[in-house]
Design a protein around this ligand. Sequence first.
Ligand SMILES: C[S@@+](CC[C@H](N)C(=O)[O-])C[C@H]1O[C@@H](n2cnc3c(N)ncnc32)[C@H](O)[C@@H]1O
Length: 395
Amino acid sequence: MSPAVGDLLRGVEVGPVAHGGHFVARHDGFVVFVRGALEGELVDVRVTEVARRFARGDVAALHRPSPHRVEPPCPIAGTCGGCDFQHVEPGWTRELKRQVVAGLLDHLGGVAFTGQVAEVPPSPFGWRTRMRYRHAADGRPGLLAHRSAEVVPLPAEGCRLAVPAIAAPASAGSPGAELLAVVAASGAEFLARPADGSEPSGTVPDGSGPDGSAGRTVVEHASGRGYEVAVDGFWQAHSAAPAVLVDAVLAGLRPEPGEAAVDLYCGVGLFAGALAAAGCRVTGIEGDRRAVDLAARNVPEARFLAGDVARRLGQVGGADVVVLDPPRTGAGARVLRQVLGWRPRAVAYVACDPAALGRDLRTASELGYRPASITAYDLFPMTHHVECVAILEPA
Ligand SMILES: C[S@@+](CC[C@H](N)C(=O)[O-])C[C@H]1O[C@@H](n2cnc3c(N)ncnc32)[C@H](O)[C@@H]1O
């Protein structure tokens, strides 16, 4: 029988980790996704949400803890929505992500993932270069509670995930107002309060006036090149991610001078820049107009097309090597059909959602491409997120 919100489910045996970082359990045959648990634990669960075929709940009492459970280092770990795994030994969080990646790639892609999830320093704390704080009712900066609009004030020491420069912003804005905090790896810092109109604090590389985040940029550095990025635009969140992902893409594609390379979902040109430096003739496609304008400035030797990848691909004749770095929804069959129809020598698929990667690997296999390698990186420590790089080659 379906439980109701607020019910206390007693004596629940916790099963394996699921995509999203919650753990699968059953109560009277009904599936319950339990937050803050670990496989093998015996817990009581407070139901927080009920859908037609499953419920969600939080651990309300712990009767038999897992040997992998630890005391969360952050005092707001249970209420803040930012971290999923503070109650887990850091090494075991990567094993949980390995289980999720292996399960999804097998189930959705029919592909065996035999690797591990690599730790990427700084880890597990002090890695995040982009933060979106909000002001709590008392004016302190905070973060959104789990699946809620409620703001949980930061502890005095700030958010442990953030790089130190933006971990504990000093601010007192109106309740609910947003504080966007961005720090470039070079140390240039930007803090903006676009919602309440008050003066932004912090430093910006160009030193221009305090006008919120609109039109403002920071300069990031990767593979020997500077990349101008809008402070509220996309850049890899982990301070080491650009270098790690560029290395993985170049090692997998082995681009040769003179080859035609295409960087799809290129943002401000991170992979386009690395491929151009390797001597390739590069075309990038990106849907965010500001990002594509910046890409053209960041990588002037490449050609960039603005717009939806699926619609713009027709303007690209073909490629020897391709980078695909789509949003969480994945590239999808329409894009893969066009790209793999060029018969590229190799494709690097950078995936922030292993479920989308699994679906796209199945499509790729139907189109005659197989993964030559799949690597997984823990670029989001303490959260359930994981980044994968799959190198696809003709089967
Ligand atoms: C995961 S980010 C990758 C950006 C870049 N490769 C990087 O590493 O900095 C995905 C990018 O795809 C863009 N995007 C999302 N959907 C798109 C679409 N349908 N067509 C073109 N670009 C899209 C987003 O604006 C974003 O810049």
